[in-house]
Ligand binder design. Structure first.
Ligand code: FES
Length: 102
């Protein structure tokens, strides 16, 4: 069974950046794209576990800081010729607060 968890105000996540949270043993990166969309994915690159929260955000994609794989923020899938996937989580915004479904 999943639940919605209150994370932070939308304004606390930098545009084209992220906030990292810990949920048990899992690190989750909450991203805000230039168009204001919010995404949540495991903070683990599907290549060799780079910290995606430190990556470069463009469109709805994050580029891993270690070896430049592009990861789709909506699906968690590696793009282009690269193959792999990291978990994604549903988010919602209510009253300017970001919630995460886990
Ligand atoms: S660890 Fe992310 S591209 Fe290699």
């Amino acid at each position: 069974m999943s639940n919605w968890y209150k994370i932070t105000e939308v304004d606390n996540i930098p545009s084209m950046g992220s906030r990292k949270i810990e949920f048990g043993d899992t690190e989750i990166a909450i991203f805000k794209t230039k168009d204001g969309s919010i995404f949540a994915i495991n903070n683990v690159c599907p290549h060799k576990q780079g910290n995606l929260s430190e990556g470069l955000v463009h469109e709805h994609i994050v580029t891993c800081p270690l070896h430049n794989w592009d990861v789709d923020l909506a699906s968690g899938e590696a793009l282009g010729d690269d193959h792999g996937c990291t978990n994604v989580y549903k988010t919602k915004i209510e009253d300017n607060i970001v919630y995460l479904e886990i």
